[in-house]
Design a protein around this ligand. Structure first.
Ligand SMILES: Nc1ncnc2c1ncn2[C@@H]1O[C@H](COP(=O)(O)OP(=O)(O)OP(=O)(O)O)[C@@H](O)[C@H]1O
Ligand SMILES: [Mg+2]
Length: 449
């Protein structure tokens, strides 16, 4: 159930609340001063605090502020007398969960406390889920190509500080994986990793999801709620699909990035945050800026540190390791000891356009493994699954840049002449050294054996 801390200067009130809530199955602790309440609060991290406003050594409002900064998830219920109404309003603005009246009414006390406990557990679960607590294996990034080595170097560089990072790249290239890796390699890896998906929630709720809201901020806001920024605490806030963030929120986000301060929806006091922000997108933000759907000032603020995840077709040499990695995973999931690929399968995989990048490779391997039941993934099986994926796609996902087209063209020619480079150079009408340079540049590699 969690602990409840009752803070009141009158012993009789402390005892009666304590007795009442203990009977309901709560673990109750008490304190009679601001000082004692803060000491108890820090060691207990209670899910709910019932806090009187007038205390002998100070105001409950100060205790409230301190508690909210130490452990923002705790729900704080103020005990107020009629003449304290002004203060009560102030307390609600400062993030108190709710208030109950003096003289105390048993029903009101029970209901408000039960709601607060429930709300605490809800927030806690949401945070736990967001942490995702990636096991090191989950966040293991596979690949030894030069392009990936550059990525590891970048991750190593940025993980030591709290500067905002933008991760761009096509769908399925591992942007989220990289974001988690940065967090896990940082000095604050034990702090939360909280994801805010800018595309997931309805427009109107986005702002309160991100910044939180005060009680009564809008219809339905029956209690105050922490936003993702607050849940991220001293950890990492991962803003996924940042390109989908509506324009009005882009301005608010920029303000937050610049000042590390924000206001809850309906709130009146500035909140502080120390979280590190990592944003990711598969959209072309520069283009969106030109089209005026993305604010240029936010774009320039974010792009200072950018990590560009390379598409899989530009690092075909990684297919060997990635395939082995996904086969191992699939075999484990299927309870099979060992799974192998029929000869020629890797070469076949390297001829696929990989518009869905690593995610597509993972899906294809899993599908092939499931169909292969036995221990060998046959070329036919692979072929039939690959045929379900578009070979040449129109528009969007396909890399239509000159480099992208050139990579595929050179690779196809090399394959067609079984990697006879002299022959390929002749067909391509370029010199052998130029071909060698391009092979290196695009990380092309011949089939094994
Ligand atoms: N280098 C890699 N090594 C191992 N697994 C990878 C790698 N890159 C991507 N993956 C896996 O591929 C899948 C997609 O990765 P991720 O979700 O990070 O992509 P994304 O870039 O965020 O895609 P989207 O833009 O669609 O959100 C995940 O299951 C991830 O674990
Ligand atoms: Mg993603």
């Amino acid at each position: 159930m969690g602990d409840i801390l009752v803070v009141d200067d009158e012993q009789a009130i402390r005892e009666s609340i304590s007795m009442f809530l203990s009977e309901k199955g709560h673990r109750v602790h008490t304190a009679g001063t601001v000082a004692a309440s803060l000491t108890a609060f820090e060691s207990l991290k209670p899910c709910v605090v019932i806090l009187d406003i007038r205390l002998p050594d100070g105001s409950g409002l100060d205790a409230l502020a301190e508690m909210r900064s130490v452990h923002p998830l705790s729900k704080i219920i103020m005990i107020t007398a009629f003449q304290d109404m002004e203060t009560t309003i102030e307390a609600m603005k400062r993030g108190a969960y709710d208030y109950i009246h003096k003289p105390l009414d048993a029903d009101e006390l029970e209901k408000t406390t039960a709601d607060a406990v429930e709300s605490f557990h809800e927030d806690f679960r949401a945070m736990e889920k967001d942490h995702g607590r990636p096991s090191p294996a989950d966040s293991g990034i596979v690949g030894k190509s030069r392009a990936m080595k550059d990525i590891y170097k970048m991750i190593g560089m940025v993980c030591q500080n709290r500067a905002a990072v933008l991760i761009t790249g096509e769908t399925g290239t591992g942007k989220e994986l990289a974001a988690r890796r940065i967090h896990l390699s940082s000095p604050f890896c034990k702090k939360p990793f909280v994801t805010f998906d800018c595309s997931a929630v309805v427009d109107t709720l986005l702002e309160s999801e991100l910044f939180g809201h005060a009680k009564g901020a809008f219809t339905g806001a029956v209690s105050s709620r922490p936003g993702k920024i607050e849940l991220a605490g001293d950890g990492t806030l991962f803003l996924d699909e940042i390109g989908e963030l509506p324009l009005n929120l882009q301005g608010k986000l920029l303000g937050f990035l610049e000042r590390k301060q924000y206001m809850r929806v309906g709130g009146e006091t500035l909140q502080q945050s120390r979280c590190r922000v990592i944003a990711a997108t598969n959209r072309d933000l520069a283009k969106m800026v030109r089209e005026k759907t993305f604010r240029s000032d936010l774009y320039y603020r974010l792009k200072v540190v950018t990590i560009l995840m390379p598409p899989l077709r530009q690092r075909l040499s990684d297919i060997d390791d990635l395939t082995a990695h996904f086969i191992r995973k699939a075999a484990h999931d299927l309870g099979v000891k060992q799974m192998t690929l029929q000869e020629g399968a890797l070469e076949r995989l390297k001829r696929h356009p990989w518009t869905g990048n690593v995610r597509e490779l993972e899906n294809i391997i899993v599908a092939a493994a499931v169909r292969s039941r036995g221990s060998m993934i046959h070329l036919d099986t692979l072929e039939s699954i690959l045929s379900l994926y578009p070979v040449e796609t129109e528009g969007l996902v396909q890399d239509r840049s000159l480099a992208g087209v050139e990579t595929r063209h050179i690779f196809n020619i090399l394959e067609s002449v079984k990697w006879n480079r002299t022959r390929a150079a002749e067909i391509l009408k370029i010199s052998l050294p130029t071909l060698r340079k391009k092979i290196l540049k695009y990380h092309l590699s011949p089939p094994e054996k």
